[in-house]
Design a protein around this ligand. Structure first.
Ligand code: ADP
Ligand code: MG
Length: 238
């Protein structure tokens, strides 16, 4: 479904993503791991159109999408969550998700249709759908769920999830991992899941790609990742 080839992003003289290649098959969950600053979010930004790649190709179902804008990649079926949730805090959960549904449909949904899509996305993210439910009072886990619901409301075929475990306790991490698995299993949505820790991610993903200093240093199964020396060095030091 997604093929990234030779993706490179330079900020001035600093190369944040360096000749990165990987692919994701339809219905797969790929874990994209790497320490802080290794280029994970920049890779997502290049795929989803928040940044223009310096070089390389990004193909979605065979079509070149590198360099498209964020709204164009969204219309083509790429949904993403951001590491730092920034919902509209003065709007309700339902309004936040409904706006996302309108955005994902490029304005082609009637308002009641968008709201139905939004309710479904909120339910999938295990959030309340009643119009009175507000963003205020959501904790870290709730904000992460809302971030997921907003991405799901754009009705993606490919979901890019950026650090869905950040700020969560152990039980919440387990719940978040199970949620991503359910989104794939029940809706057939292909997922690339970025984290800087391995943790519960390894129990859910089909395959793992590890970045270090902007470059791919490992690709394999979760089991192979746990046994790989290069991966251990990046996570535990030499
Ligand atoms: P990760 O998500 O893996 O923690 P990022 O992709 O956010 O890493 O960042 C990779 C590197 O690129 C970091 O060194 C970061 O400081 C740098 N970087 C990210 N965005 C920018 C930017 N807009 N301008 C300059 N440097 C950036
Ligand atoms: Mg990041």
């Amino acid at each position: 479904m997604l093929t990234v080839s030779g993706l490179t992003k330079a900020f001035g003289g600093f190369i944040a993503v360096n000749n990165v290649s990987f692919s994701v098959g339809k219905g797969e969950i790929l874990g994209l791991l790497g320490p802080n600053g290794s280029g994970k979010s920049t890779t997502f930004n290049c795929i989803a159109g928040m940044l223009k790649p310096t070089a390389g190709s990004v193909k979605l179902d065979g079509d070149e999408i590198a360099g498209l804008t964020a709204d164009a990649t969204c219309r083509r079926g790429i949904g993403r969550t951001f590491q730092i949730p920034r919902p509209f805090r003065e709007l309700s959960l339902l309004e936040n998700a409904t706006l996302a549904a309108h955005f994902g449909s490029d304005g082609h949904l009637r308002h009641d249709e968008a709201e139905a899509v939004a309710r479904d996305a909120l339910e999938l993210a295990q959030l309340p759908t009643d119009p009175g439910a507000q963003v205020r009072g959501l904790g870290a886990a709730g904000l992460k769920k809302l971030e997921l619901a907003r991405a799901l409301a754009t009705r993606p075929k490919l979901l890019l999830a950026d650090e869905s475990l950040g700020g969560l306790d152990a039980a919440e991490m387990r719940q978040a991992a199970d949620m991503l698995k359910r989104i794939r299993d029940e809706r057939g949505i292909t997922i690339v899941w970025v984290e800087h820790i391995m943790g519960v991610l390894l129990s859910v993903v089909d395959r793992v790609v590890v970045l270090d200093h902007g470059a791919v240093i490992f690709e394999g199964t979760p089991r192979e990742a746990q046994e790989d020396e290069k991966v251990a060095e990046v996570y535990l030091g030499p």
